[in-house]
Every structure is written in structure tokens, then in C-alpha cells.
Design a protein around this ligand. Sequence first.
Ligand code: ZN
Length: 289
Amino acid sequence: MRLANQSGRLKIVAGDVAVDVEDASGGQFRAEPQQIFDRWDEFIAWASSVDATVGAPIIESELRAPVPRPGQIFAVGVNYADHVEESGLALPDAPFVFTKFPASIAGPYDTIEHPGGSVDFEVELVAVIGKQARHVPVAQGWDHVAGLTLGQDLSERDLQLSGPAPQQYNLGKSFAGFAPIGPVLVTPDEFDDRDDIEISTILSGAQMQKSRTRHLIFPIPVLVSYLSSILPLRPGDLIFTGTPAGIGFTREPKRLIGTDDELVSRAETIGEMRHRFASTNRTHPREVQ
Ligand code: ZN
């Protein structure tokens, strides 16, 4: 099943058309997309009988983040060996986890404010929690995932890496709009292999990243198990699972995102996001006194 958030209303997608969940359910399920994860099993049982092919055409410009208000966003760094190598870091012996604060969420086709500094791309597969997870064994990790979406872990490297360690990962990756996700949420059964999904970044026509999630050092069930051994994962939470090699900051010369660029992100079976960046002329946080 494929779900979209069109202008704040939850839709079940079939090809290029979609049905409105609140209308089709006679109000049994509300239109607001975030609340559906609290009733996920009940929703899926109902939605699997809906014929979405009779829906109305999807209006791409109205698509918003399929998970608009996650309670928690976990993000995993250095989770592909080739990206660990380009970053000059050692292979991790446990997931390296930081957060993107929830106010950084954006939609799949939004224009994002460029804060200045060194803005970089990190295409990632994003897991959406569908069932409370606490002390979950690895073998049951997937049971707690509602679906998958595509994300960009946008990162302003000057703030992220400023000063001596420990550094500002959480803030450098949480500027407004720096957590775009979409264009749809796809349930794991829709994939040929939910553990092997191609993701890629194309920046102004040049392919910058391309890999498959089978190369994740800590795959999704391990991340669910590990995180849930520390705190509860709740329905509607997100896990950005990490980015493969090819980021702009470690290239020679660097290839960072400017306000003339179009950033295209793709994931097999999920689709494509397209982002442009607008200059703001605001004070960069490193200059705030
Ligand atoms: Zn990342």
C-alpha cells in the first residue's frame, strides 16, 4: 500500500490517483495523516479492501511530508562502509545515533531555506514506526515498521562540525526544512526485497550518490532492536537509516548545495523528491553573538 499526504489529508495511492481516507471510510478514520499510526493495524485491515484506482488524480504540488509531525526522529550516521571510509572515520561497533528535530520536517517538493554555510546532501531510506517498540528482538524488528519513505538528511557542515568534539550534529542537521521526506509512504510488502532498496542523489543533473540498503552496516531490524533497548519507539516516529558514499563535503573539490541547484532524490518503489533552495540573507548561527 502507498499513502500520501495531499494538502494535509491522508490518501491511499494507486498509480497517479488516490482516494481520500476520511471520505472513503465515512469518517471512521480522520484525514489528518499523523494520527493514523496510532491505529495502524486497524487502518491497514480496513484500507486493504479499498479500491484506490477509482480515486482522483494526485496533485503533485500539493504533496506534503507523509509523516508530518513525528514525535521522535532518530538518524544514524556512518551506516554504510563506503561513507565511513570517505569520512575518514572508523567502522562503528554500535549504531551512531543523533536526532533531527521534528520542526525540520519538509515535504517532497518544497523550496527549502538555504542558511548559508556548507549545505550538503545525504540520501537515506527512512523507516516509519507503526507499533510501539520496547526491548524488541532483532527477529521482530520489521513487525514494528509501518512502512518506508525516502528522506534527505540535509546537513550544514560548518555548524555540524564546528568546534572541538563533541560537535553539533543535531543542530547542523535540523535547520528548517532539513528533513524532507516523501513523496509517499510505502508498506514493506510492496518491495521486491525490503532489505535491498536502491537510493540515489542527483544534484543539478549529476549523479552524486547511488547505493542499495543491503549495504547498511546496521539494517532496520537491528536499529529498531537497538533503539528500543534504550527507550520506547512510538507509532509515527522516524528512523533515518544513514547515507552511502558520495556526499559533497568530502569531494575534492567540495560540491555543496547552492541556491541555483536542484536536488533530486530517488528510492526504488518509493519515487522521487525534488528540492530547490532559497537564499535568506539571515545571520548564520556561527555569527550569532
Ligand atoms: Zn545522515
